[in-house]
Design a protein around this ligand. Structure first.
Ligand SMILES: NC(=O)c1ccc[n+]([C@@H]2O[C@H](COP(=O)([O-])OP(=O)(O)OC[C@H]3O[C@@H](n4cnc5c(N)ncnc54)[C@H](O)[C@@H]3O)[C@@H](O)[C@H]2O)c1
Ligand SMILES: O=C(O)C(=O)C[C@@H](O)[C@H](O)[C@H](O)COP(=O)(O)O
Ligand SMILES: [Zn+2]
Length: 366
């Protein structure tokens, strides 16, 4: 199936649509009209790489004549710029551009743009509406669910908010300019969603050939299945009071190695390593079978993702694990795979992480 898919997220601030398909950017004026946002000033926030893509040019062309004029704000690409400093630059740009409380932000880019522009939307003048227009495969995940924020030197995403977008428009035509590495980064979160709740999708990812990057329209069905997992979870638990923690599988170790690498590792690459180490923690304690841990590692490798932590300094990595937002004063909390299609929230001792990290690093892979 390569047509358009429409999902809906239920949120405390009202339901919002998630539209997936090739060419759905052309529906943006209509969606802004449906949201009664088509008479506002529009601030398009993006990064310097996305700004140069044909997709971005086409999107601006589609917006000509819509609203009270376009303001484009851009910042240097990459997670190192998902920071309070960049947010401040964007606030100044909005003020200088005459952007008012009722106006609308479009976040056009990957997860970094989505998280940062969403954070600016949540905080500028105490909150303005925004729409997510994801342009990486990875952002099939980040655009949904309203987790917005920035990194601190001490850790990933340590400052942020739950602030839902008014709509998500995922045009798979944007993906044609991604390089192979960014594609792989995105596949890590697709595989993660399959591990959480879609064993059939997992089977497909571990056995069948994937659609070609040059024609991502063939990818709509796979992306939409992964997005459905996320939509279902965040609809049930928007503010991570419990269930939503399952979406964090692979991230407790993943965020730590991502941060440790100084963002040399992409988010998806780090999550891939995190999934394998966390699968080993689960298998060591008998929560996950070794056979399923092996399937997880093999599926990630099949999609070209790294599965061994490159860093020997386990103490430094554990220090970064320590700041994870899931932990409580009573100890560390992990989302661990319990089967292909099931994740459990459990307390984990630092030593279990150390043992699994070293096992996987030394190549005793699941
Ligand atoms: N909020 C959430 O729920 C959530 C979920 C998952 C990930 N994230 C966050 O998302 C971020 C990672 O997202 P990402 O991997 O998309 O990173 P990214 O936004 O940095 O994009 C990766 C690279 O691809 C480039 N790019 C983007 N779109 C392109 C296109 N169409 N063609 C060519 N190049 C393009 C970008 O300029 C960048 O260089 C991390 O900060 C992570 O923490 C958030
Ligand atoms: O949406 C969620 O919830 C997730 O955990 C999705 C993750 O893929 C994403 O990387 C998220 O930003 C991590 O959230 P955090 O609360 O661990 O910062
Ligand atoms: Zn993630």
């Amino acid at each position: 199936m390569s047509g358009r898919v429409r999902l809906e997220v239920q949120s405390a601030q009202g339901a919002y649509p998630v539209v997936v398909g090739a060419g759905v950017r052309y529906a943006l004026p209509e969606i802004l009209a449906d949201l009664r946002l088509d008479d506002r000033r529009i601030a398009v926030i993006t990064d310097e790489i996305v700004r140069e893509t044909p997709f971005f040019a086409g999107l601006l062309a589609a917006l000509q004549g819509v609203g009270r004029g376009l303001l484009t704000l851009q910042f240097p690409a990459g997670d190192a710029h998902k920071s309070l400093a960049t947010a401040a630059e964007l606030y100044h740009g909005l003020v200088r551009g005459g952007f008012r409380r009722g106006d609308v932000i479009l976040a056009v880019g990957g997860g970094v743009v989505g998280d940062l522009a969403g954070f600016v939307a949540a905080t500028y003048m105490r909150g303005v509406p925004y729409v997510q227009v994801p342009t990486t495969l990875l952002a099939h995940d980040s655009a949904i669910g309203g987790k917005v924020g920035v990194n601190l030197e001490e850790g990933k995403n340590l400052v942020g908010a739950f602030y839902p977008p008014r709509a998500v428009l995922f045009d798979t035509e944007a993906l044609t300019t991604l390089d192979a590495r960014q594609w792989r980064n995105g596949m890590a979160e697709v595989i993660k969603h399959a591990i959480i709740a879609d064993p059939d999708l997992f089977l497909r990812l571990e056995t069948q050939p994937m659609p070609q990057l040059a024609d991502p329209s063939g990818f709509v069905d796979i992306a939409a299945r992964a997005m459905r997992v996320k939509v279902d979870v965040v609809t049930q638990d928007e503010r991570e009071s419990g269930l939503r923690q399952v979406l964090n599988v692979g991230h407790t170790v993943g965020h730590a190695v991502e941060q440790f690498s100084g963002y040399a590792l992409g988010h998806g690459e780090a999550v891939s390593i995190g999934l394998v180490v966390e699968a080993a923690i689960a298998a060591n304690r008998g929560l996950l079978s070794w056979a399923d841990a092996q399937r997880i590692a093999s599926a990630l490798e099949r999609h070209g993702l790294p599965t061994r932590p490159p860093y020997a300094d386990v103490d430094a990595v554990l220090k970064l694990v320590e700041v994870d937002k899931k932990h409580t004063h009573d100890g560390w909390v992990f989302a661990l795979p319990a089967a292909i299609g099931r994740v459990e929230i459990v307390r984990v001792k630092p030593d279990e992480v150390r043992v699994a990290y070293e096992q996987v690093r030394e190549g005793h892979r699941p």
